[in-house]
Each structure stands twice: as C-alpha cells, then as structure tokens.
Design a protein around this ligand. Structure first.
Ligand SMILES: Cc1cc2nc3c(=O)[nH]c(=O)nc-3n(C[C@H](O)[C@H](O)[C@H](O)COP(=O)(O)OP(=O)(O)OC[C@H]3O[C@@H](n4cnc5c(N)ncnc54)[C@H](O)[C@@H]3O)c2cc1C
Length: 813
C-alpha cells in the first residue's frame, strides 16, 4: 500500500509532537506522525523523564529555547481533564560550597541579561523553600520561578490533540519506520513496517532520539550521538512530607549541583535522579524496545547516602524502586538539528524536554521557509568535522558530557575530553617553547608560551595581576606576549584558527557577489572583509575574501565552524557546476607574523619585495620563504603590520624554522592565541559568535560599513530594514581588577540595559575593555554604566572605538 504525506514526522515523543504541533500551527497540511510504540505513553525518554523543566541555564542557546518552550507549555490545555501537567513551582539549585554559590550568582546574572527572574537563597532560605533540607549542610542556592515540573507525556499528548484537531496532522502509533526511499540524494518516501506501507513524501524529519543513529545509517547520514543511561529512583513514602496523593507537588524540582544529583516530589514520595555514576553508553544497535534498562543499585548507594545527609527525613524511608532511563549524548552536548545530506530529510534529535517545544517550532519554520529564525549554529547538523564521527572520539566525548552535566565550566575552559588528537606540523617546536594549549577544533592550540616568562619582567608595569576566579586560565605571560608583539614582532601558530575555502568557476563571481555583503569583484591580488547574512539579515559569519585568479577566490574563515559555514555558503551556489567549492584548510597551514618588526624578519627570508609600496595592506602575493612557496596575505586581526602565511603542510615546519631563525636577531617570541583576543579588542574588531551573531543585523554590530548597497546580496533587504534596539559599544572599566567574559548584565542605575558580548584587558590601553550590546538610548560615548559579575558591580564608560591606533597607522605602515 502507498499513501501520501506532505511531511512525515518520525517519532511521537515530546519533540516529534512539538514539530507536528508547530507545523499544524503555521498551516502546513498533510503532516503524518509515526511512532513505533504507543502515543499516550511512548517508548522513548518522554514517558520516562521525571519532568524537570529548565528555563535559565549558562547557555544562551538553551536559555532561549527553554524560556520560549515554557511559554508554550504554560498555555497548553490539559491533555486529560483533572490531571495536572505543569507544576509551576520553579526549580531550585543548591550550593554546597562558596564556589558553587558564586556560580549561582553568575547564573542569576545570566538571567538578568535574558530578562528571566531568579532569587539567590541563603542556607536558611533554601530550607524554607525545601523543608526537607537541613540548612546546616548546605551553603545557599538559587530559585528560578519560571521553571517547574511537567508531566512530559501529557504535554506531548496535549500538543498531539491540538495538532490533530486542526485536521492537518494525523498520528499513527505502533508504526515503525524501517527505511527510506532515497533517490539521487533526495527523499521520496518513508517505508514503514505497518499497514501504511510506503508513505510518499518530499520531506521527513527524524525525531527518534536515542534510536536516531539507526535510521541515520539507513539514510547514509552521520549522526554522532550515543544513548546514555541515567538513574532515577522512587523512594518509599517520606513521613516528613505527610500524606499526599502521588500527583501532588509542593516543592520545586531541585538539583544539588555539587553532587550531580536532583530530586522532585511525587506526592509523599521523592524521585531522585543521579548523574553521580560512571557514564554508561549503550550501542544504538543494542537498544531495547523502550528507553529503559534495569536499575543498577550499586551505582546509587553513594547518591542515596548523600541525599540522606542533606535531607535527614530520608533516613526514615528507603528506595522503593528505580530504573536506568536513557537519553541522547552527543560530541558536544548539543542536539542535532537541520537538514541531513539527504535533501528533504531533516533531524531534530538529542533535545531535552525543557527545550523541545521551541526546537519543534524552529524546525517547523526551518523546514518550510529555509530559515530557522534563530541562531542554531550550536546545534546545527552541519557542524561536525569528519573526526567527530569516529566512534572512539564520539564515545569519549559523550561520556565526558554526561559527567560534566552539572559543572559550571570557567568561561575560558574548552569543553573537551580529547587531547593530543590533532597537532600543528611544527608541534615539537611549540612544545619546546612550553606552549600551554587548549583544544581548538580538536587541535592543540597554544594559549601562551611558558618560555615567555622572561618578557613578564620587561612589561611588568603594564600587566595587572589577577587573583581567584579571574586567574583561572590566565597568565601574566599573555599580557607580556601582547605587549611584545605591539612593540616588536611575534610568531603565531595560526594553523587551527583560520583556513581557506577555495571557490572557483565561471559562476563564482556572481555567486560570491550574492553571498557577500562587500564587493568582491576586486583586481586579482586584492582582498576585502565581508559579512555573510542569513535571510533575516543576521550575521551568519564574517570572512575575508581574496581574489586569487580571474575566476578563483579564497574565503578565509574560522576552522572550528568551517563545515557548517561551507555548507551554508555552498547551498547558496547554483547547482549547475559553474561554481566549485574546495576546502584547502587541511592541505595549507596558517602561520602569522605580526608587529612593527615583522617586515624586517620576513625580509630576511624572502627574495620578494615586501615593502609597503610593493606589498600594501589588504593585498596578497606568492612569496618564497626559505625554500618553500607561501601565499602571504597582508591582514591582521591584531591591528599591526604583518601577514598570514599559508604554506603546504609538508613545508610548514621548514617555514616555521626559517622564520624563527630570522627572528633571533629581534628576539622574536612566539605569541599565543589569548594575546590575539586582547589585541583585537583594543582595535575594536568584532568577534563572530559574540559581537556578531545570526541574531543581530550588521548595524547592531557596528558593521554597516561592510554592506555594499549598490548590489544585491543575501539578506540585504532584511538587514537594511532591521530595527536596531541594541547595539555594540565599547566599555572601558575604571577598576584594573574588573574582568568580565560574556553575558554579564549592563546596568543603568538598577535597570538592565544590555549585556556583555566579550572582554579582555587592553594592555596597551591600560584598562579592561569589553564589547557590550546596550539599548541604543545608552550607546552614546561618555555614557556611564555598571556591569555586574558574581554580585560585584564594576563602573564602566562607553568609549570611542577603536581605543588603539584609530587611524590604522600601524596596519598601513
Ligand atoms: C530518567 C530521565 C530523566 C530526564 N530528565 C530530564 C530533565 O530533568 N529535564 C529535561 O529537560 N529532560 C530530561 N530528560 C530528557 C528528556 O526526557 C528527553 O530529552 C526528551 O524526552 C526526548 O524527547 P524526544 O521526543 O526527542 O524522544 P523520545 O521521547 O525518546 O521519543 C522518540 C520516539 O521515537 C520513536 N521511534 C524510534 N525509532 C523509530 C522508528 N524507527 N520508527 C518510528 N518511531 C520510532 C520511539 O518509539 C519514541 O517514541 C530525561 C530523560 C530521562 C530518561
């Protein structure tokens, strides 16, 4: 038998139900939802989750999804009359240490920046809110009133009822999808095991959560995701709770963040969930019919003892029963959203119930308009690098994200358990200089070099020491490297940061003119800075574009996000073969050399004329460096004379050594990436992902100058029409000890008027600088504001940008 559908949704958990609900809501007809199990109680995580609804998190992405999902859950009619599905009692997080309480203060400030209320609690206030808790055993906590406890199955059922009532969506339980009809890279149908047979459709979306890798295999699409076990137990009745029906809830869902344990109330019982056990991943091929595995009591012993310590009333009861539920873990802790390499086949997997409604809305909009309408880059299906599909990498990272679930990582930390996987070709040289690394795009990338300790004394007066939290991930050497590069010259391992994507062919000019906001019809040898916009006029990426030949350009862009960016750019190219994309980022290695003496160093090792007249700013040339060919690009993210050099991988060590030797005469140091960030903020350069994002038009990021309004470009109309309520300003802090990282609220008196995008100390300017989005009414130079971090308010002033070398004298020298 064959039937037709407009869009097939596979999986009827909270995510699939939400996709169908939102598709029906925007008027899409012919939505068919299939699930291999039941509908009211599904096989998946939805029917096993205790229902902790989160709104405020340390992630902007999740917070946005959470607060919008909550608004939908809040207004859903009851799925079953008289059965509560949303207990609006908020959530609590308990701190056992002063450090954790500081992290709650930062969470509170994240809430201020997002307009989400929260209340910090003393130990006694924790006990008032949570009468079971012994206040002498805790330090404090936070209450987030907008959060709560939901009955996830009932929410999914309510969404299903509404979608069905529109007549636009039909749900079928007990209908397993076995395979797809895929031809020429496009989906034509979904093949079911049930009586529906093959359902012809042009679009389908996989919402099968932990089972997603199995269907992805059928489609030949990557799905770097593992099911992971997570324990949940029900206690016997707790006398201190009195006699209550199981459906009665009087306390917020509560996490003991330091213990990786949480609990919720089920009437006169408690349910306790624990992440405080070894991460247990399950091979998707070994999954049972439902998302549940047998309870492993030994894993729970420690958690139970700790809960009894903090809630002594539990000593009068015991564990009734428990189970190991399963849900999805990915290489970076984020869901997998977007269109798979199979045209028309989409994915919305790995999303928590807290975020599921908004995930469904975004997917409905994205599948029908091509524009997700929000910044989905953290969860974009195109974000994965090839090495991330490796099963060893995947399982290590999935375990890691299970284990760090309750940690508040320092803003300068990079969340990765995989070290020493990828290296620069001259890695041994970096090692010998005492490089301190972070994994950037899984490559060991020097933050700073311990061998540069010698420069700290030289620049001591301009470096303000840091203590406590602010000293984590910081070293005075970072300041010394910054100052030395501005005064002299520095050699930079640029190999994990930026790489070229080559775009060529007879259609390349027209394609790139449409892709880029800037005019890229340049003479061969010149380059320009440009933005790429989304259909809403938000900034998808900033890039440098160089014309390499009549029909060949290089797009220089960040390596970390390169797979997603390339996919985005390429999707806007015609598919008639007139435009060819080729990444050269693995084959060519980037080395940076910047600073007033950079020309003198480079001059020693190249026969080419690199004088200012022969090789001006914003041009590129082929140079010989020692015995190697290099493509030298005269640009700088640090605002100094210098070059990005792209050299063949096999010759990169030779080029590094040649430059290093030439630099001895100048005592040239190597400089780590952290100094580049403090130098860029002195120059007022934007950083994509914080100062420029898909959520803001160029005008909000001070980037209107990149728009060539004489031509058509992607997102132009929306960008020019966009209302700018908030825009980026540069803040200069009064106190030397001020340090902010991003998402701290900016205050005028006690009103929140914006938030910090990012900041660093400006060692040449002599003050801490930050970029912040503030309400336009407060964006004038000279406006005095405050920025709050961990409860402390720092005075800052809106200042002109850039603070360093506004005339670009150094860059043009
Ligand atoms: C113990 C536990 C505690 C949790 N705690 C929280 C929490 O506090 N807060 C929070 O936000 N989240 C929590 N979660 C996570 C949350 O429950 C899940 O992320 C969410 O329910 C996933 O919803 P889903 O619709 O993506 O997947 P699921 O509910 O798993 O639904 C997937 C559906 O796909 C169907 N399916 C699979 N393969 C096929 C096929 N081939 N054909 C047809 N149908 C198929 C399955 O039958 C299933 O119904 C918890 C989960 C568990 C298990």
């Amino acid at each position: 038998m064959e039937t037709d559908a407009n869009i097939v949704v596979i999986g009827a958990g909270i995510v699939g139900a939400s996709v169908a609900y939102h598709l029906a809501d925007i008027g899409v007809e012919g939505v068919v939802v299939l699930d291999k199990g039941g509908l009211d109680v599904n096989d998946g995580s939805t029917s096993h989750a205790p229902g902790g609804l989160r709104t405020l998190t340390r992630s902007h992405f999740f917070t946005t999804l959470g607060i919008k999902s909550r608004a939908v859950y809040d207004k859903l009619p009851l799925a079953v009359a008289g059965q509560e599905q949303f207990y609006r009692l908020g959530s609590a997080q308990v701190a056992n240490t002063a450090e954790r309480f500081d992290s709650h203060k930062r969470l509170h400030e994240m809430g201020m920046s997002h307009g989400i209320a929260s209340h910090l609690l003393s130990a006694n206030e924790v006990a008032e809110l949570l009468p079971l808790v012994d206040p002498t055993t805790v330090y404090g906590g936070i209450h987030i009133p907008s959060a709560g406890v939901v009955n996830t199955s009932l929410l999914a059922t309510s969404m299903r009822h509404i979608a069905e009532a529109t007549g636009r969506a039909v749900f079928h339980g007990n209908t397993e999808v076995l395979d797809f009809d895929i031809r020429d890279g496009r989906i034509f149908g979904v093949i079911t095991a049930g009586e529906l047979g093959t359902i012809r459709c042009e679009k389908a979306i996989v919402c099968t959560n932990i089972w997603a890798p199995l269907l992805a295999e059928k489609a030949g699409a990557p799905m770097p995701l593992f099911p992971g076990e997570h324990q949940y137990i029900y206690t016997k009745p707790v006398p201190a709770l009195g006699e209550r029906a199981l459906t009665e809830v009087t306390m917020p869902v509560t996490a003991f963040d330091d213990l990786s344990i949480y609990f919720r109330q089920h009437g006169d019982h408690l349910g306790i969930g624990s992440y405080a056990h070894e991460a247990r991943l399950v091979d998707p091929h070994d999954l049972p019919k439902t998302a549940v595995l047998p309870f492993t009591p030994d894993d729970f012993t420690g958690a139970w003892e700790r809960m009894q310590h903090h809630m002594p009333g539990l000593k009068e009861t015991g564990v009734d029963h428990g189970f190991n539920g399963m849900f999805s873990f990915t290489v970076d802790g984020m869901p997998v959203m977007g269109e798979t390499p199979v045209a028309g086949l989409w994915s919305a997997v790995g999303a928590w119930l807290s975020f599921a409604s908004e995930v469904g809305r975004v997917m409905a909009q994205w599948m029908t308009t091509g524009d997700p309408g929000m910044d989905v880059s953290p969860a974009h299906i195109d974000r994965f690098h090839p090495y991330q599909s490796n099963s060893e990498y995947l399982s290590r990272q999935a375990k890691y994200f299970y284990e760090i679930g309750f940690e508040d990582l320092h803003p300068s930390a990079v969340a990765s358990s995989v070290r020493n996987l990828r290296h620069a070709p001259y890695h041994q040289r970096l090692e010998a200089l005492g490089a301190e690394y972070v994994p950037f795009a899984a490559q060991e990338t020097p933050l700073y070099y311990k061998s540069n300790q010698r420069l700290v004394d030289k620049h001591r007066d301009a470096i303000h020491d840091r203590a406590g939290y602010h000293a984590i991930g910081w070293s005075p050497i970072m300041g010394a490297e910054h100052l030395e590069m501005r005064a002299n010259v520095g050699l930079v391992d640029w190999s994990s940061m930026i790489g070229p994507i080559e775009v060529s062919g007879p259609g390349a000019l027209a394609h790139l003119q449409y892709l880029c906001t800037a005019d890229i019809d340049l003479p061969v040898g010149e380059l320009t800075y440009s933005l790429v916009l989304n259909p809403s006029g938000g900034v998808m990426r900033d890039i440098t574009v160089a014309r390499m030949a009549e029909e060949t350009w290089w797009i220089l862009t960040g390596k970390a996000n390169m797979p997603a960016e390339r996919a985005y750019f390429e999707a806007l190219a015609p598919d008639d073969g007139s435009v060819v994309y080729r990444s050269r980022a693995e084959e060519l290695v980037g080395i940076g050399i910047w600073g007033p003496n950079s020309r003198a160093v480079l001059d020693k090792v190249t026969p080419n004329d690199i004088s200012n007249d022969a090789f001006p700013w914003y041009t590129w040339q082929h140079l010989d460096i020692g015995m190697a060919p290099a493509t030298a690009i005269r640009i700088s993210y640090v605002g100094e004379l210098g070059w990005e050099l792209y050299v063949p991988r096999s010759l990169a060590l030779h080029v590094w050594d040649t430059l290093w030797e030439a630099g001895r005469e100048f005592d040239m140091p190597t400089v780590g990436t952290k100094s580049l960030l403090s130098m860029r903020i002195e120059k007022g350069y934007g950083l994509w992902g914080s100062d420029m994002t898909p959520e803001y038009p160029p005008a909000a990021s001070r980037m209107s100058w990149t728009l060539d309004q004489t031509k058509d470009f992607h997102g132009k109309e929306a960008a020019l029409a966009a209302r700018v309520d908030r825009r980026i300003v540069t803040l200069r802090f009064e106190a030397d000890e001020a340090v902010v990282y991003g998402w701290e609220p900016v205050l005028m008196n006690d009103d929140v008027i914006g938030f910090v995008a990012g900041g660093e100390y400006g060692y040449n300017v002599g003050a801490f600088l930050a970029h912040a989005f503030v309400d336009v009414d407060y964006s004038a130079t000279g406006t005095e504001v405050e920025v709050q971090f961990t409860g402390i308010r720092y005075a800052a002033t809106v200042v002109a940008s850039p603070q360093f070398d506004p005339e670009n004298v150094r860059l043009k020298s």
